[in-house]
Design a protein around this ligand. Structure first.
Ligand code: ATP
Ligand code: MG
Length: 585
């Protein structure tokens, strides 16, 4: 499809190059007519009209090839862009832990632009300079004199050499400039997205200094590119001037010998002048190609990233139950030196409630991340959903079965209603109202001036932590998935709201399977089974009553929470238990 565009463009280009020979040749004829005194008005008019017509034809043809080429390059970048986006959405959190967002943004903008420029302008000038250059040289040889052409082109190997040298230098300089740009993007992103923390910690000066430093580095790197670039043009012109001088001398001698006419020599110098354009272009194209190559390499590295978590191809049958079973022998994060989970085995019966608790950093969230297949679980560890290994399932099947309320709520720009209906965009307002009610946030949303149509700023900065948490809970409830993975969903709620939401869940969603991570142990009284994790291992397990009788970590924390919990706020209640009330940011 793109090939045809390029072909039409190249054909038009060749015709332009041929037509381009005509005016100079006609001018030569006129000069000859004048010098031999044989020029009559009619011939003069025909020649001039010929020049004008050639000019008009070139104008039209140039339009054709440029539009075809640009069209193709824009279409190609569109494809690369969407592939890159797709890749971004397939890569696992492990990848994002390694690469900074700023760097990735630089890839998605700067590198793609460089590739686009190469595919459009780059290919265009390469082919243009080749076709135009060769055509002009052939014109010089066949219309004027092969001998003179050979002499005039003597300095050209020097030009090729210079062009190559510059190309290598540019490649290096440009690579540096691109990675400096990545750093700059990251620095900007970090400051902008953390602006509140920057302000409140009074570290704007530190950020400015860091930014200034990165900026200086970027400027230096780009200056180097500009310097190399700037030295190129004049060097070429210098060598080129040499070519003119040689051909002037030799041409004069040839005219004296009577081998060529003054008119032909005029055409020749005009052709030689026409060669400069393609030659400069050729050098410039070298530059563009170097950039394109550097950027393309960077992009290729991204495309070559392993999609660590590979999608299975089995679908869950429609009537699959909502049970899960976990059998994790061990799980270690990449580059981590200790196991995040170690011998964690339990069943989550369909419609059951299993609670996970334990001190901070004990592996609770990790368990949910693995259930969601955000990280790859090594064999022989396994997680089954409705009896099927989760890594054999399609992502679609997983998503339709599991709804996740992350510990850090994530909201997207859009309205509140859109954010709730994320997994079910065709949900009716009544459905949205219902889940908002269940998540205990409906009244608060309706009290906002624009209600459910309130726009959320990026990341939901215009909502409180507890509001964000309940919005993500409402989202999970609306998704219709049978299994809810709730990661500390009440941590930012006050006691009263928490109790209300818990009661709603119990009354209306008791048919759903729930895996509930929580630090507030009253939430677990009715759980079928509770695991207490510590340092990735199951330290205690059993029902609430068994655990309370057990006199371990659970009963100690439970006692403290129930002593203090009635009158004092939940966060104060759990101080000193190794559990901190955590902010979501
Ligand atoms: N992406 C990651 N890469 C490397 N290590 C990680 C990553 N996420 C978590 N860890 C480590 O794994 C361990 C378990 O973390 P996890 O988030 O599962 O704890 P948690 O029980 O959910 O804690 P909290 O109660 O604070 O939410 C911790 O030691 C943590 O530092
Ligand atoms: Mg956690």
């Amino acid at each position: 499809m793109f090939g045809r565009h390029y072909l039409i463009a190249f054909a038009a280009l060749q015709v332009v190059a041929l037509v381009n020979l005509i005016p100079s040749w006609l001018i030569g004829r006129i000069v000859d007519g004048i010098s031999t005194d044989t020029l009559d008005t009619q011939t003069m008019i025909i020649h001039v009209v010929g020049i004008i017509v050639s000019g008009a034809a070139m104008y039209g043809l140039r339009f054709v090839w440029q539009s075809k080429l640009y069209g193709a390059s824009i279409a190609i970048t569109r494809v690369i862009r969407s592939e890159l986006f797709q890749k971004f959405s397939q890569l696992s959190p492990a990848f994002y832990a390694r690469r900074s967002t700023g760097d990735l943004m630089a890839h998605a903008t700067n590198d793609l632009n460089a590739v686009e420029e190469t595919m459009g302008m780059g290919v265009m000038t390469l082919v243009d300079s080749l076709i135009a250059g060769i055509t002009v040289i052939l014109g010089m040889i066949f219309v004027v004199s092969g001998e003179l052409t050979a002499v005039a082109l003597l300095p050209f190997p020097l030009l090729v050499l210079i062009t190559r040298r510059y190309g290598v230098k540019l490649h290096k300089a440009f690579g540096k400039a691109q990675s400096a740009f990545s750093d700059l993007t990251e620095e900007t992103r970090e400051t902008v997205s953390g602006i509140r923390a920057v302000r409140s910690h009074g570290i704007s000066e530190r950020q400015e200094q860091r930014f200034g430093k990165t900026l200086d580095e970027t400027v230096d790197a780009n200056l180097l590119v500009a310097k190399v670039d700037a030295a190129f043009g004049p060097t070429i012109q210098l060598v080129y001037g040499l070519s003119f001088v040689i051909s002037l001398g030799y041409g004069a001698w040839l005219i004296e010998q009577g081998s060529i006419t003054v008119g032909l020599f005029t055409s020749f110098t005009l052709y030689l002048g026409q060669l400069l354009g393609p030659f400069m272009q050729f050098g410039w194209q070298f530059n563009v190609f170097q950039r394109g190559k550097t950027s393309w390499r960077r992009l290729e590295q991204l495309f070559a990233e392993n999609i660590e978590v590979v999608e299975g191809d089995k679908k869950l049958p429609k009537d699959a139950d909502a049970s899960m079973s976990f059998d994790i022998k061990s799980f270690t994060y990449q580059k981590a030196n200790r196991k995040a989970l170690d011998k964690v085995k339990f069943d989550l019966p369909s419609g059951g409630l299993v609670g996970i608790t334990g001190p901070t950093g004990s592996g609770k969230s990790t368990l949910l991340h693995l259930a969601l297949r955000q990280f790859q679980l090594e064999k022989p560890s396994s997680i089954h959903i409705s009896g099927m290994p989760s890594d054999s399932l399609t992502f679609g099947s997983l998503r339709s079965k599991l709804a996740w309320v992350p510990q850090k709520p994530h909201l997207f720009s859009g309205t509140i209603a859109e954010n709730i209906a994320l997994a079910k965009p065709d949900a009716s307002q009544a459905e949205i109202d219902h889940v908002a009610e269940m998540a205990g946030i409906r009244a608060e949303i309706e009290a906002m001036p624009e209600g459910f149509d309130t726009s959320l700023r990026e990341g939901g900065t215009n909502l409180s932590g507890g509001q964000k948490q309940r919005l993500t809970l409402a989202r999970a409830l609306l998704s219709g998935a049978d299994i809810l993975l709730l990661d500390d969903p009440f941590s930012a709620l006050d006691m009263k709201t928490e109790v209300q939401v818990r009661q709603n869940l119990k009354a209306h969603y008791s048919h759903k399977t729930m895996l509930l991570v929580t630090q507030r142990l009253t939430n677990l009284i009715e759980a079928d089974h509770i695991l207490v994790l510590n340092d990735g291992q199951v330290e205690e397990r059993g029902s609430h009553h068994e655990l309370v009788a057990n006199k371990g970590w659970y009963s100690m924390v439970y006692q403290r929470q129930s002593q203090l919990g009635q009158s004092i706020s939940g966060d104060a209640a759990i101080q000193g238990t190794g559990i901190e009330g955590k902010d979501d940011e």
